[in-house]
Design a protein around this ligand. Structure first.
Ligand SMILES: [Zn+2]
Length: 272
């Protein structure tokens, strides 16, 4: 008679967070956060550096250098901050993104929900970063809110074919436009919220080889952590929800998304 195996504790998923922010203002305890995230199954995270104020792109590169096995940095000027960016900031961005340790340009894009920078200024900064990514042969990390038509037009016009629409919250039609360009789509904790049926349908339709998962921490904590500060390890909950929508085992979805992230950003991460 075959022996019945003892029930074991749920095995941790192998997950990569495709987009997080770990600035000092939000994470004075970053080492503890990373340790907890590792325990939760995190094997790598893409840490996004952005212009915090003129002359200051934050600590993403510094953190990645301190955690070479766990973190890889990108650098960009967020549409919220486009109006604040100086010529010197753009020069520094261009020089820094050329470094081999910077995996991608961005996040950049268009945000017509908050409109924190005038739209033409957002568009100009977005186009400059599109051109930079194309020139450097690096992927582009795109932020878009209530601006899918204009965003798609800019990406098409600038010849961007490699990158990710991060924290995607659009519908299946919006996703299809980006997928047709060659872009990936990254899903955040918003997918675990109620009343996101259009996003759920988009997730069902995005091919498995184009899906990433992310936290976009410190905000947008997935259920059951909603309302608390987010952290990279919580991407496990997003992976589980996306797996459910795709009709896949969480392990399989998490691994597929991790592989996509490794391939897109050229991460040096050994996956099972
Ligand atoms: Zn972000």
């Amino acid at each position: 008679m075959a022996e019945v195996p003892e029930p074991t504790a749920a095995t941790a998923l192998t997950v990569i967070d495709a987009h997080c922010h770990l600035e000092a203002r939000d994470y004075p305890d970053v080492e503890a956060v990373l340790e907890r995230s590792r325990t939760a199954g995190l094997v790598h995270a893409v840490v996004v550096g952005q212009l915090l104020k003129p002359g200051d792109f934050g600590r993403a590169l510094e953190l990645a250098a301190a955690h070479p096995g766990l973190l890889t940095a990108t650098l960009g000027i967020h549409p919220h901050d486009a109006a604040e960016a100086t010529a010197a900031d753009f020069e520094r961005l261009e020089a820094t993104c050329a470094l081999p340790e910077v995996a991608a340009v961005g996040e950049t894009g268009l945000d017509y929900f908050y409109d924190r920078s005038p739209r033409p200024v957002q568009a100009d900064a977005f186009r400059r970063q599109c051109r930079l990514a194309v020139r450097l042969g690096k992927p582009l990390v795109v932020h878009v809110r209530d601006a899918h038509a204009d965003c798609l037009a800019v990406l098409t016009d600038e010849g961007v074919t490699r990158g990710v629409i991060h924290c995607f919250t659009g519908d299946a039609a919006a996703a299809a436009g980006y997928l047709a360009l060659g872009m990936h789509v990254s899903i955040s904790g918003t997918v675990t919220y109620k009343k996101t049926e259009a996003l759920h349908e988009a997730v069902r339709q995005v091919p498995l080889d184009r899906l990433l998962v992310e936290t976009d921490c410190p905000y947008l904590s997935p259920v059951p952590h909603r309302g608390k500060r987010n952290e990279p390890g919580y991407v496990v909950e997003t992976a589980k929800k996306v797996a459910e929508l795709k009709g896949l085992a969480p392990e399989a979805l998490a691994l597929a998304a991790a592989r996509n992230t490794v391939a897109l950003f050229g991460l040096r991460v050994a996956l099972p």
